[in-house]
Design a protein around this ligand. Structure first.
Ligand code: F3S
Length: 397
């Protein structure tokens, strides 16, 4: 792989051992994927944050690295394993939280902004169209590529951190325009609403794997929130990092240019396919004792919509609405948090239902409106899930 003079110096250790180790990782990745060179990035989003997923080995690695590493581009973190402020009220153990805080502190020492969220694009980590970036959370990568038109591969935690430390990544995969063309056309013959987008993403992700689907949504215009849930499901049932939606996403006009339509697979998804998938994603008929919303983390307008539905009500189930600390502080000011809390719910920050140890808190059935959460909770937490729209999950006194 071609390296500039400055990159060679970094590789040879002239900027210290952390930069040298990071360059070795980037060059190794570039060699594996046949990259010709490195490209400068404008931002990073780093996974490998929850103590539940990285354990003591990850914690020790990060603390050692933080002795001399500094990131060079704006960087944020994926969700951690607990709410970093209200962990005790939510029932998380002190032992887990102590180690979790050490992980976050190590990242902070390296200059990473410790906003722990999978929707960094809602809180200031917003790449421009065609920016090269190194993001690692799969739904965030899918959103950045598809909805913002930035360019990222699905980086692993070490790859994203190395890219942040060097300000560069290897130019392969979705950094190259030829890999951003569609190779499946999905014709959706149904009106979509709410959790339908997640069900659609789940169906299509399973079929296309790591392909690039081009959606023709015949009867609807998705909101950015709908696209967030569609991409999260595509990225979890398959390995989709980029999709296009006709008339909605920024690269759709180029996605089929120069493509031989005869070589493209056409898939039709209808109402009964979506209804079937909605049923299949639930693992039980029992009522949820905890409802978890915010996979990916909710936006302020989603919090408003939730609070609008809860005004004056009292919930029988517990409710967590997961988001970033930045979105929550605005929700506090707008009075949405108080309405949700008065109904018995909580806004939970910095974490997500999958990487938090919810299985230790006594819950048995989790209600979710996200196909990605429905996919992961049974395997990662060992709990049953009910997948449906929020209105159908809640029980009122
Ligand atoms: Fe985010 Fe966790 Fe879901 S990282 S996308 S809330 S699985």
């Amino acid at each position: 792989m071609y390296l500039t003079r400055e990159e060679e110096e970094m590789y040879d250790g002239e900027e210290g051992p952390a930069v040298q180790k990071s360059m070795e990782i980037l060059v190794a990745l570039g060699d594996i994927y046949d990259a010709e060179k490195l490209v400068d990035i404008t931002s990073a989003q780093i996974s490998g944050v929850s103590y539940k997923t990285i354990g003591d080995a990850g914690l020790e690695f990060l603390e050692a690295l933080s002795q001399d590493a500094q990131v060079r581009v704006p960087s944020t973190l994926n969700p951690a394993g607990v709410d970093l402020e209200f962990w005790k009220e939510l029932g998380f153990s002190e032992e887990f939280t102590r180690k979790q805080l050490r992980i976050v502190n190590a990242y902070q020492k390296m200059g990473v902004t410790t906003t722990c969220t999978c929707t960094p694009y809602l809180v200031g980590n917003v790449p421009r169209f065609r920016d090269h970036i190194a993001w690692s959370e799969s739904s965030a990568v899918c959103y950045a590529n598809s909805v913002l038109g930035a360019k990222s591969n699905r980086e692993g935690g070490p790859g994203a951190l190395s890219a942040a430390i060097c300000g560069k990544t290897a130019e392969y995969g979705y950094h190259l325009d030829e890999n951003r063309l569609a190779n499946f056309i999905i014709e959706v013959e149904a009106d979509l609403i709410g959790a339908d987008y997640g069900a659609l993403g789940y169906i299509v992700g399973k079929i296309v794997g790591d392909g690039v689907p081009y959606f023709k949504l015949l009867n609807c215009t998705p909101s950015v929130n709908d696209l967030k849930y569609l991409g999260a499901a595509l990225a979890s049932s398959g390995a989709v990092a980029l999709y296009h939606v006709e008339h909605s996403t920024p690269e759709y006009k180029d996605a089929l240019k120069d493509v031989n339509l005869g070589n493209i697979e056409n898939i039709i998804v209808n109402r009964s396919n979506i209804d079937e998938k909605r049923c299949e994603l639930s693992t039980t008929n029992r009522k949820p004792d905890l409802i978890c919303l915010g996979c990916p983390h909710v936006s302020l307008d989603e919090i408003k919509a939730i609070s609008d539905k809860l005004v004056g009500l009292k919930l029988k189930n517990q409710l967590w609405v997961c988001t970033s600390i930045s979105v929550k502080s605005t929700a506090d000011r707008m009075g949405y948090t108080k309405i949700i809390e008065d109904a018995g719910g909580k806004i939970v920050c910095d974490t997500c239902m999958v990487v938090a140890p919810i299985e230790e808190l006594g819950f048995k059935v989790i209600g979710v409106d996200s196909a990605k959460a429905a996919n992961y909770i049974p395997t990662m937490c060992g709990l049953d899930v009910i997948f449906d729209d929020f209105e159908k999950l809640i029980q009122i006194y």
